[in-house]
Design a protein around this ligand. Structure first.
Ligand code: PGA
Length: 241
């Protein structure tokens, strides 16, 4: 695990963007595993700027997103599909045929999970972008008694619901369930970028990186991966370096 301490959010986003840009330049057909949340917004803005400057071509890149709320339609402004369109896909030359996000409206959740796992088998992820939840989640892999390998439906943790209430106006409006890529799929990515910003992430980041590997802190599994780059700002890394 390599830990990069960035001076601030802009520097963190630039470092992350360097890693993703290098992967796309090296192999324009690469598969990028992408995440939603506030943390990667600067990364997406930086990639968009590089695209607009003519440095990057995403026309053959495959995108696989980590997760989606169950019961929120793709065109709902609060869906992760909308989030990704707004902040990244619509601003670059991503082709819709190459954009993959779990379908939270699928009638048959088990079939949708199988479909997503097959897709991940067909498109091994080169660089997986991750944020970290206050409860240690990655994607929507919430704390539990086991690491779940494949795509699955989850009940969101109370801390996740409360953190995401800011997008829905009130906690009661936050969906209770989601589909998420599993821990096994995340761990199969060639390179993982774990981004963390802000003092409120310092404690959980330290537990994930220095504490025991346990499904009760899902991000701790990343200690077992051969190429994880943790990129955080000074406040998120305060308890580590
Ligand atoms: P955030 O979310 O980037 O909005 O802090 C991180 C996460 O829940 O994975």
């Amino acid at each position: 695990m390599r830990i990069y301490k960035a001076a601030d959010y802009a520097a963190m986003s630039k470092l992350a963007s360097d890693v993703v840009a290098a992967a796309v330049i090296k192999d324009p057909c690469c598969a990028l595993g992408l995440a939603t949340g506030s943390t990667p917004l600067g990364l997406y803005a930086s990639l968009v700027a590089r695209y607009e400057a003519g440095e990057l071509d995403f026309s053959r890149t495959v995108f696989v997103n980590l997760d989606e709320y169950i019961g929120v339609a793709a065109d709902d402004p609060n869906s992760y599909c909308s989030f990704m369109q707004r902040h990244f896909f619509s601003a670059v030359n991503a082709r819709s045929v190459n954009i993959n996000i779990p379908n939270g409206m699928a009638d048959d959740t088990a079939a949708e999970c199988r479909r997503y796992d097959e897709l991940l088998e067909a498109h091994p992820v080169d660089v997986q972008v991750l944020g970290i939840g206050h409860d240690g989640h990655i994607g929507f892999n919430e704390p539990g008694d086991a690491f779940v390998p494949g795509t699955h439906a989850v009940e969101l943790d109370a801390r996740t619901i409360s953190a995401n209430a800011r997008f829905f106006g009130a906690e009661e409006n936050v969906p209770r369930r989601a589909l998420t890529m599993g821990i096994g799929s995340i761990m199969r990515a060639r390179t993982i970028l774990l981004l963390a910003y802000g003092a409120d992430k310092a404690e959980i980041l330290a537990r994930a990186i220095r504490g025991p590997v346990t499904p009760h802190v899902p991000a701790s599994v990343l200690q077992l991966h051969a190429d994880v780059r943790v990129i955080g700002d000074a406040t998120a890394l305060a308890e580590l370096i």
